[in-house]
Ligand binder design. Structure first.
Ligand code: S3P
Length: 193
């Protein structure tokens, strides 16, 4: 009977998100490579669970009153990482909600420690081809400026995988519709919580 039970349990998380919502006590924090769809999936996940959504990169831009590219160019990556950590610490104080983070946030030990302590980290993982295709849609990422996205992403993915793997939940976000990724996140949370 175990196999027969499994699909019913899985679909109930997506069909009755309010029951799942009641069990969520900490912010859900989406981590993973640039281009994996953390902001899009995060917004939809928040809406499915009737939780507030925050995009850490957008909050950093608002707090610094300059773009991420300008921050990298004028003050360097360390300055950006410092602001990123402080903004994420503030967002984590906000109670249950969904937070999408920039691709490097969870790789920074201090930021990762905060997320692991105060939130529920969900690693959105994807194959390289999907990432390359998705980053091609926007030209705002300083780490890719003037470089070959496939090369940069291959190297970053290799370096960052061990850090992302410290998230307690991993969900694959492939080239299919984002609603499928959101359903997988709901199912993974239901199983984990
Ligand atoms: C970065 C990813 C970006 C942004 C910044 C640095 C990274 O966010 O935070 O450009 O180090 O991977 P996205 O993951 O939303 O692209």
């Amino acid at each position: 009977m175990r196999n027969a039970d499994a699909p019913a349990r899985q679909s109930s998380a997506a069909q009755r998100p309010e029951a799942l919502r009641a069990r969520i006590q900490r912010p859900l924090v989406l981590v993973g490579m640039m281009g994996v769809g953390k902001s899009t999936a995060g917004r939809r996940l928040a809406s499915a669970l009737s939780l507030p959504f925050a995009d850490a990169d957008a909050e950093i831009v608002a707090a610094a009153r300059m773009s991420i590219a300008e921050m990298f160019e004028d003050f360097g990556e360390d300055y950006f990482r410092d602001g990123e950590r402080r903004v994420i610490a503030r967002l984590l104080e906000g109670g249950p909600g969904v937070i999408a983070t920039g691709g490097g946030a969870f790789v920074e030990p201090a930021t990762r420690a905060l997320i692991l302590e105060r939130g529920i980290a969900i690693w959105l993982d994807s194959d390289l081809e999907t990432l390359v295709e998705r980053v091609g849609r926007r030209d705002t990422r300083p780490l890719l400026h003037g470089r070959n996205p496939h090369e940069v992403l291959t190297k970053l993915a290799e370096e960052r995988r061990p850090a992302y793997a410290m998230a307690p939940i991993r969900v694959v976000s492939d080239e299919g519709p984002m609603t499928r990724t959101v359903t997988r996140i709901l199912e993974a949370l239901d199983a984990w919580l």
